[in-house]
Write a protein that binds this ligand. Structure first.
Ligand code: FES
Ligand SMILES: [Fe+2]
Length: 382
């Protein structure tokens, strides 16, 4: 199954111990992706973005609603971000065709004379569903339209964009974003890799090589993904120690979910205190992705510099991961043989298995057969 699929690695996702190359990652369509941070897109401005090799122009209309159009005019392909925007319609800079920003529908073709009755409302610029959630503009990337479909009104997605769970009315939030020079697959398996912590993220307040110890974690299948079941957080890190001091030790639990195509949701709860983060690794091109982390919390709300401190710590982590993947991409240039080992790389194997199962189900038009049969325990040292 996986071997025939160009986007999925050659090794068997569940059984394969020794892998060959990870070819360029297949990017999954039919999902919501984070396109740009909300605060980068002001009213009346146009911004370039790219998702899954689709060039987009993102903007915000005069009502404050975000929109996303394909960044290529349906007339002769001029990038629309080079045009004008009056808060309602985007005007192409080449021949002045105007498109409704929210629907992409053509409104004006200046070259038409009064007796030329071209039905311009049947012309659409490529347009995408757009939602704002937790500091980001999300864009739904649909499955490719059948050949010859042309530019038409879009179909609305059947499900809403993902959202961070919050557990109280008042909380703080912050986001971080970093470009990664690797395929989305390497970005994602790096995200769920438990064994790199003591080597990549060494710090006295987090973990050191000497703090490595054996861990056992319980996992269970969830729709389109898997969950590291609620557990007490790692004992070898200072922030968690602090948290346990603040709240009742026994009440502190962490849950980590991975859900296709690219979502990692972590929730920490300690009595009335909580922290949740949603990390995504978004394919920009087949060799390039971006990691975005949004966190919300009500812990340390009364400490004046907590958001900056937390952001500093997160930024440090993300920068360490980014740097590692930059170096890794050097090594990957020669297409070396790679391997995934048990149990530390089992989440990575599950990711490939989920991806393969998702694609197989889509191809056959049947329901996805979940590759993880039931609850299971993994052990590793980290
Ligand atoms: S290319 Fe856009 S109006 Fe002609
Ligand atoms: Fe990391």
């Amino acid at each position: 199954m996986a071997a025939n699929n160009p986007g999925v690695p050659h090794f068997s996702p569940v059984l394969g111990e020794v892998g060959t190359k990870l070819p360029d990652s297949l990017m999954l369509t039919g999902f919501w992706y984070r396109a740009l941070p909300s605060d980068q897109v002001g009213r009346g401005s146009l911004h370039k973005a790219m998702l899954l090799e689709i060039p987009l122009v993102i903007g915000r209309d005069s009502d404050g609603r975000a929109f996303a159009l394909q960044d290529a005019c349906p007339h002769r392909g001029m990038p629309l971000h080079c045009g004008q925007f009056d808060g309602r319609q985007v005007e192409c800079g080449y021949h002045g065709w105007k498109f409704d920003a929210q629907t992409g529908q053509c409104r004006v073709i200046p070259s038409l004379t009064a007796d030329q009755n071209l039905k311009i409302d049947r012309i659409y610029a490529g347009n995408f569903a757009c939602e704002e959630r937790d500091s980001f503009i999300w864009v739904f990337v649909p499955d490719p339209a059948p050949v010859g479909a042309g530019f038409t009104r879009r179909e609305e997605p059947a499900f809403a964009a993902p959202q961070l769970p919050t557990f109280s009315n008042q909380y703080k939030t912050a986001y971080l974003t970093a470009e990664l020079p690797c395929t989305v697959d390497h970005g994602i398996i790096g995200l769920m890799d438990p064994a790199h912590g003591p080597f990549v993220h060494q710090a006295w307040w987090w973990r050191t090589r000497h703090s490595i110890h054996e861990k056992k974690k319980h996992f269970e299948p969830i729709p389109n993904g898997f969950r590291m079941s609620a557990h007490k957080p790692s004992s070898n890190s200072a922030p968690y120690k602090l948290l346990r001091l603040l709240a009742n030790a026994d009440s502190t639990t962490t849950t980590i979910d991975f859900v296709l195509p690219n979502l990692r949701l972590e929730t920490i709860r300690a009595g009335k205190y909580w922290f949740s983060s949603l990390t995504t690794v978004t394919p920009i091109t087949r060799n390039h992705c971006r990691i975005d982390v949004v966190a919300c919390w009500n812990i340390f709300r009364w400490i004046p510099f907590a958001p900056s401190l937390l952001k500093f710590v997160f930024a440090k982590f993300v920068e360490q991961d980014r740097r590692t993947m930059e170096l890794q991409s050097e090594g990957l240039k020669s297409n070396p043989h790679l391997m995934l080992i048990d149990d530390a790389d089992r989440p990575a194997k599950w990711y490939f298995a989920l991806k393969a199962a998702h694609l197989a189900a889509k191809q056959s038009g049947t329901e996805m057969k979940h590759p993880i049969s039931g609850p299971t325990t993994l052990s590793w040292r980290s």
